[in-house]
Ligand binder design. Structure first.
Ligand SMILES: Nc1nc2c(ncn2[C@@H]2O[C@H](COP(=O)(O)OP(=O)(O)OP(=O)(O)O)[C@@H](O)[C@H]2O)c(=O)[nH]1
Ligand SMILES: [Zn+2]
Length: 355
């Protein structure tokens, strides 16, 4: 058939579909599933799925741990949905907001047979759509009118998106009169990222570089809960003072979980959980960012040797994995305050950040 979408385009369609409450077809070796995001599933879709029989609620092993149920497939758990289940139960399992007020959501029947590839794919799609990482799935004969992907297409995360430098233009800034903003657009419909050149870059020397993950609350609102705003401004000030630098502003809000999920994490932090525990209770890993994005953009800019402004040794390691030489790690210790000091200590203790 002509005009078939590429796998990247099909994935982009699937993310949009899940966000607006449409099902997505996922094919595995044994047939076809339809997957819905637990967060956007409607009562009508739930009753249709229950009528078909054998509907499952898929959650991550992190969420399963919080709910004290087994994840027999390692990274994901497949929970049988009882025929009289309602949407409140689904949302309660998927969304940690009610964990303290209704701690007992079980008993759960965690399934242990079969091939979990389609289920794993559904979770990846929910995560990429920045929804709660939980999906309702049911076997179907056909999924006419819905986008259909194969589980392997979704699981082939090895092929990251391709980033194209769509446009760049000069931008005089307070830190440097000579600035330039590039907009990089991926071919998979995910967020655009920005590269900001400060001053005149000499490609023959290691370039002072900051990979900054977007933080709406810190960068824009002056949040005291993290150190992002002072890090952003501190990095730019150093680049201005030294005459040159590159800032990658990566739209990986909330360490890759999106702003809505980050606010869910903040809600849990108000209950006393730390930044890592909060991510886990929602069902995420500590850090869901794909550091290959930053490296691909540096490659596109022709930058191969950097002095990286960061306190995160993992970032340095990931850059080197991707063939970027990090000739120096430049610490960026700014913005500690009484509100964020416990957060910074947790990052040092659990995520290896250097203080
Ligand atoms: N999920 C989650 N994300 C957070 C939280 N606080 C800040 N963030 C996000 O964390 C990202 C910044 O990451 P950091 O861990 O501060 O720093 P880093 O990039 O790993 O390391 P540095 O280069 O040293 O700054 C931004 O995307 C923020 O939106 C939080 O409590 N939970
Ligand atoms: Zn922040």
């Amino acid at each position: 058939m002509p005009f078939q979408p590429t796998p990247a385009q099909a994935k982009a369609q699937a993310h949009a579909a899940l966000r607006i409450g449409l099902g997505v077809g996922i094919r595995d070796d044994d047939g076809l599933w339809v997957a819905f995001a637990a967060e956007t599933l409607s009562p009508d879709q739930l009753s249709q799925a229950l009528d078909l029989g054998g509907a499952e609620l898929i959650i991550t092993h992190r969420r399963a741990e919080t709910l004290k149920t087994a994840a027999y497939f390692g990274d994901v758990a497949r929970l049988a949905i009882q025929s009289d289940a309602n949407l409140r139960w689904i949302r309660g399992v998927a969304d940690p907001a009610t964990d303290l007020s209704t701690p007992m959501k079980g008993p759960f029947r965690s399934l242990r047979d079969g091939d979990p590839r389609a289920h794993r794919a559904a979770i990846l799609l929910c995560k990429a759509a920045h929804l709660l990482p939980a999906a309702v799935m049911v076997r179907v004969q056909s999924a006419e009118g819905l986008s259909i992907l194969t589980a392997s297409e979704v699981l082939a995360q090895a092929d990251t998106a391709h980033y194209n430098d769509i446009v760049h233009a000069a931008l005089p800034m307070a830190v440097s009169n000579e600035g330039r903003v590039h907009v990089f657009r991926p071919d998979d419909g995910s967020a655009e990222h920005y590269a900001i050149e400060v001053g005149k870059i000499d490609p023959n020397k290691p370039i002072l570089t900051r990979l900054h993950s977007a933080c709406f609350t810190g960068d824009l609102l002056g949040s005291l809960k993290c150190d992002c705003g002072p890090q952003l401004r501190g990095a730019m000030a150093q680049m201005g003072a030294q005459g040159a630098g590159i800032l990658l502003y990566l739209n990986q809000e909330g360490r890759g979980i999106g702003l809505a999920n980050k606010m869910r994490a903040y809600f849990l932090q108000d209950q006393g959980f730390d930044t890592v525990e909060a991510n886990h209770r929602i069902g995420f890993e500590d850090d869901e960012r794909d550091f290959r994005i930053g490296a691909s953009i540096l490659n596109k800019l022709g930058v191969g040797n950097i002095k990286l402004l960061t306190n995160n040794p993992n970032k340095v390691a990931r850059m080197e994995d991707m063939g970027i030489t990090v000739s120096e790690r430049v610490p960026l210790i700014v913005g500690e305050n009484p509100v964020n000091s416990a957060y910074l200590k947790t990052k040092a203790a659990k995520s290896g950040h250097l203080l």
